[in-house]
Design a protein around this ligand. Sequence first.
Ligand SMILES: Cc1cc2nc3c(=O)[nH]c(=O)nc-3n(C[C@H](O)[C@H](O)[C@H](O)COP(=O)(O)OP(=O)(O)OC[C@H]3O[C@@H](n4cnc5c(N)ncnc54)[C@H](O)[C@@H]3O)c2cc1C
Length: 531
Amino acid sequence: LNQAITAREGALTKALTSALGDGRVSEEEALRVLVSQDIWSAAPVVAARVIAPRNTEELATALKTLVASGGAIAVRGGGMSYSGGYLPQDQATTTLDLRKMDRVLKIDAEAMTVSVQAGCTWKALHEALKPLDLRTPFWGPLSGAVATVGGAASQESVLFGAARHGCASRSVLALTVVLADGTILQTAGTGDRAAAPFFSQYGPDLTALFCGDCGAFGVKAEVVLRLIAAPKAAEQVSFALKDRAACVDAVLAIARAGLAADLFAFDAALARAQGRRVSARTAVRDLADVAASGASWRQGVADAARIAIAGRSVIGADAYSLHLTCEGRSKAAVEADLAETRAIVSGAGGREIENSLPRVLAARPFRPLNSVLGAGGERWAPVHGLVSLANAQAACAAVEALFVNRAAAFAAAGVEVGLMLSVVSTHAFLIEAAFTWPGRRMAIHEAVIEPEVLARMPAPRDHPGASALVAEARDAVVETLARFDAAHLQIGRSYPYRSTRDSPSLALLDAIKSALDPNRRMSPGVLGFAA
Ligand SMILES: Cc1cc2nc3c(=O)[nH]c(=O)nc-3n(C[C@H](O)[C@H](O)[C@H](O)COP(=O)(O)OP(=O)(O)OC[C@H]3O[C@@H](n4cnc5c(N)ncnc54)[C@H](O)[C@@H]3O)c2cc1C
């Protein structure tokens, strides 16, 4: 039987190679292993082959050639997720690796739209728009040096710009999607790919239908995003707050007033972990970035000197630190937002601290992803949930209690956990717990971390029970947040979805899946659709 399977898979690889040409189809072991891991886990099997198309037509040809095989299809963008969405579930899986579809196709400053191939990174998009004083409203996750626009549209993403403009798909106008049988579908516009789409609310919003599908409905090949003028003024500010309740109060008031463009807060445990990551070398690089990014070189050097003097001590022993950016069309408008923000935090008992962290991030937003492991080479993975602003205090307290209960077990196994808080526009509060634990690193970590950083990084061995403890705690966070009707980004195969939908919605979702992917080959198991 195995011989028969091997012969069939070999014939399929041959057919794909002859349809797509050289350099598109690979059976190389190291690459197949790499695409079968995400930041959290390795799949139980390794993909049969990897296809790296260069454009929409090649992607469509690949999918058409694959139809007859009946095999499963996995879609990988930058691969920077940790919820299993692109991991193969059986050996006959073909992984579509979108990293070579990485071009910015057209910046239309007159229409205020930008078209990219789905494998374009947020960093590449940012660098193409910056010289033109243009930006997308949401402009990327922290992982944007590697993570792709298509990946964010597929599983939703937050951070830069999200506190004002909402998550990734709120900035997406239109998609070119290739379906499981190779059909090319336009979600907005006339269906003519030469005509640039500019409006997705012409009737039911089909762009929104494909956003957040985690690859279950089709493969995003091209993405059109809306543009805004880059803010004329922006300032970063940081605060320390004595406890979680005070920090959440401040974050909620800032969110309701719509004062921040991006915002994140974290507890002392995460602040300590962040401090350990800052080597002398990266500190120098950070300061150089700050110096280069000031409004004038004098301003840049002054900012860098201020940060250098404050050093790592700025966050201190306070329970929570809060970091945010106010941006706007004039310095006066930003000053007004900053004044209101300072008044809110002061009312919550907080004090202003050196703004090193958000300032360094603003100077170079898309950094190498050395933080896929802890500073000592430990494994790292987060888990999150989004709750209503009305439930934020209670949900944070419940998650904190969960870690207090596990403190002794965590200490015994070398597990550390910290909390990060953020907001999405004026309506959702994000709670993220990040774990580090002793464990063996994987090929995916080694592929992402800068070689000189990796060379200096210790390689801890597995600590018995530590990863099981983290897995249990991640599930407990999800269960706890479910009591507050939590929603999730990055659903993949990890977060509950179907169980949270009512039966008419489930029937509709199943009908949509059947219409788009009748043989259930696209990302089987993702969003809970049966294989
Ligand atoms: C160090 C680090 C920092 C991070 N910071 C943030 C952050 O600030 N904010 C945040 O929201 N997340 C963050 N993440 C999580 C993750 O990187 C983001 O969610 C990111 O948007 C994933 O994009 P990707 O291209 O890597 O997607 P992948 O991991 O490749 O894929 C994600 C999902 O989308 C599907 N998919 C990918 N591309 C396509 C496509 N073209 N068509 C159809 N389906 C597709 C995949 O099948 C999978 O289900 C971080 C991760 C790391 C490791």
